[in-house]
Design a binder for this molecule. Structure first.
Ligand code: HEC
Length: 120
């Protein structure tokens, strides 16, 4: 009988502790994403807003072809890899230049995170 009580006691402590640990990990992840998003926004405003607009709707700068609406279905349905590639390389013959010198891999991820957020 006593060993059952002891067992239950340890089992319960284990459940409580592992739950607390999992929760802490979850909030760390949320916090990291929050900062990545903040950073993405900062970069977007510094480099992209000029053409793609404060809300990402495009056409903020008058060029042909016009800066795309980054929140549109046509853009949003493209994969992360595709969009990152365009940000990295730019698009030939358009005003969309390459950002490979300004933005690190992490920067590109963060700015993309922000573009995805703008579309929500
Ligand atoms: C000088 C203006 C200008 C700036 C600054 C600019 N863009 Fe663009 N961007 C464009 C234009 C114009 C296009 C459309 C090219 C086309 O029609 O093919 C475009 C296209 C894109 C696309 C491709 C969308 C698709 O359909 O695949 C992405 C992604 C993008 N821009 C992201 C960015 C990001 C991120 C930044 C900032 C780091 C940025 N742009 C800065 C002008 C700009």
């Amino acid at each position: 009988m006593r060993s059952i009580v002891l067992f239950l006691f340890f089992w319960l402590s284990y459940v409580i502790v592992s739950h607390a640990v999992a929760e802490q990990k979850g909030s760390e992840k949320a916090l990291r994403e929050y900062y990545d998003l903040q950073e993405g926004q900062r970069l977007y405003e510094q480099y992209c807003r000029f053409c793609h607009g404060a809300e990402g709707k495009g056409k903020a700068f008058d060029v042909t072809p016009p800066p795309v609406d980054l929140t549109s279905q046509a853009v949003q349905k493209k994969s992360d890899a595709d969009l990152t590639q365009t940000i990295h390389e730019g698009e030939r013959g358009t005003a969309m230049g390459s950002w490979k010198w300004e933005l690190s891999e992490k920067d590109k991820q963060n700015v993309l995170l922000y573009i995805r957020r703008l579309a929500r």
